[in-house]
Write a protein that binds this ligand. Structure first.
Ligand code: CP
Length: 349
């Protein structure tokens, strides 16, 4: 493993990503069906920095760490000095010296990049305005578990409907990396080719995905023509407003997206009779998706939410540094400790 941090899935090969998926799947089965919890992160500490609110990501990281024998510390919005009085660089130095691994959900992508740069320990991107790579891994796990009979992963078509959120960008990245066909069906001005929510709109997101496709054999289509979603195995959507500070209020978004881009059962059937529905959640029912679709047996959104935890276990196991293991140093240090403990009247270890 050459790359220390998990900031962007484009930093990894298809094979490396599939290793993380296999790690996640094997631990999912071992724990969920076998009832055995591999204690591979015993005595490890995860620091969780959240500059934005979270339900799934926080719960998944905290419980995944506990499942593997480790411990998680939560630093909510406004609770630590990151980017305030203390620079991100200094925070990275300090936190990296006392924690074993970190995750950060940040206001600006550059913050998580800088945190990783100045931290001695791995940093996992828990979502920025640019991308949401831990969601990508959970979604890939869900897609792999639901590949239609007779198809391979590379045969699958995924259509994202609506606003070019960071989840849309991430879905495009992972689908193109894996060799799938990806479609963004959205209105002009809100298409992934317009730059998504990212602050640095000079980055050509579609060009990155097209580079992936050259290696993987996948494809990327961006359009406002619904014909492009025909044959999609997976229909994915996200909220019509970003979670970031330039969000607009609902009505203007309804004017842009409703009703053409609302995922209805009619749209699901237009894609194909067996198409499955996906959503990163939280959803705004009645806006980007109807209750009928969310609650149907074609909806995978609850599996996706559960798979956040299974896949985050895989990510933590993959990226957490292995512990020190020098028996000579340990034995000498134990002798020194016992000498001090005896002097202070404690039992020896
Ligand atoms: N999908 C997702 O990241 O959910 P949270 O914002 O609740 O973590």
């Amino acid at each position: 493993m050459a790359v220390k941090d998990f900031i962007d899935t484009n930093d990894f090969t298809k094979e490396e990503i599939l290793d993380i998926i296999e790690l996640s799947r094997s631990m999912k089965t071992m724990i969920k069906e076998g009832g055995r919890y591999p204690q591979i992160l015993k005595n490890k500490n995860l620091g969780m920095i959240f500059q934005q609110v979270s339900t799934r990501t926080r719960i998944a990281f905290e419980t995944a760490m506990q499942d593997l024998g480790g411990h998680a510390l939560f630093f909510g919005p406004g609770t630590i000095q990151l980017g305030g009085h203390e620079s991100i660089e200094d925070s990275g130095h300090v936190m990296g010296s006392v924690l074993d691994i970190m995750m950060a959900r940040v206001n600006r992508h550059q913050d998580v990049v800088n945190l990783a740069k100045y931290s001695a320990v791995p940093v996992i991107n828990g979502m920025s305005e640019y991308n949401h790579p831990t969601q990508e891994i959970g979604d890939l796990l869900t897609i792999i578990e639901n590949i239609p009979e007779g198809k391979k992963l590379e045969d699958c078509k995924v259509a994202f409907i609506g606003d070019a959120t960071q989840v849309c960008v991430s879905l495009m990245f992972i689908c193109s990396k894996m060799g799938m066909d990806f479609v963004h069906f959205g209105p002009k001005g809100h298409q992934v080719s317009d730059g998504g929510l990212q602050v640095d709109t000079n980055i050509d997101l579609v060009a990155i995905a097209e580079e992936n496709c050259k290696v993987s054999g996948g494809s990327v289509t961006v359009t406002d023509d619904i014909e492009a979603i025909k044959g999609a195995d997976f229909i994915y959507t996200d909220v019509w407003y970003g979670l970031y500070d330039d969000e607009e209020e609902g009505p203007s978004y309804m004017d842009v997206f409703y009703p053409k881009y609302q995922v209805t059962m009619e749209m699901m059937n237009f894609a194909g009779p067996d198409s499955k529905f996906m959503h990163c959640l939280p959803a705004t029912r009645g806006e980007e998706v109807t209750d009928e679709v969310m609650d149907s047996d074609r909806s995978l959104c609850w599996d996706e939410a559960e798979n956040r935890k299974h896949s985050i276990r895989g990510l933590l196991a993959y990226f957490c540094p292995r512990g020190a293991d020098d028996p000579v140093v340990a034995s000498q240090a134990q002798d020194r400790l016992n000498a001090v403990l005896t002097k202070l009247g404690y039992p020896t270890m």
